[in-house]
Design a binder for this molecule. Sequence first.
Ligand code: Z5A
Length: 215
Amino acid sequence: MKNEKQGKFITLEGIEGVGKTSNLRFIKELLESSGHDCVVTREPGGTNLGEALRGLLLSHSDENMSADAELLMMFAARAEHLSKVILPAIDNGQTVLCDRFTEATYAYQGGGRRLDVDKISELEDWVQGDLRPNLTIILDAPVEVGRARASSRSEPDRIEKEQDDFFQRVRKAYIELAEHYPDRICLVDASKELAEVQHQIHERLGEYDILTTID
Ligand code: Z5A
């Protein structure tokens, strides 16, 4: 049975450079102004083990990592994150705001790497049980827009080194997720200027009843 005081679970998704990091702070402030006690975290990562796995997953090793190993490491990091951070916070009535979660696995490992979506779904059920985010906001923009914005930063990591067609498949998978689960996943047009993107995010949080004031 669900605890009355259970907190919300909100995730932010999108291809690289669409503005997740830029908008995470904005969302946190909106939530806090409605009385939410927020825990901000990220995937892969969020725990000591998760951050160590993140290092392995994104590092520039000469050795190719198999797609299955990549998938399993994402879920290993997620299992630890759920047990140490996400579930305790939700049970404590806090709102968890997470930079990427399982929708990224469907998009990158399912869409990008073309792994069997049924395998991902089995792992999702195994690791998460029936837990799904209350709301996933996908910041959507053409691949060239995200890549151009991200290009001003440091050297690309192992996944960022993929070619445009990989990211086109990732973007398509994200759009399909929003079409399949409109009750909990929405798109925001992130190609607009930041103020407009934030206006859309604010609207979505209202539409999905996330900003209801908490006493
Ligand atoms: N991954 C996976 O494969 N499977 C999984 O299950 C999970 C993850 C959980 C983690 O990356 C990698 O792991 C990711 C997917 C994979 N790999 N890739 N690619 P991450 O999430 O830590 O980092 P990222 O995807 O590389 O995100 P990012 O590049 O940091 O992008 P961002 O956070 O979305 O963008 P930003 O840093 O906020 O903005 C980029 C620049 O654009 C910056 O200069 C901003 O000032 C600017 N910006 C932002 N918004 C705007 C607007 N609206 N207009 C103009 N300029 C803007």
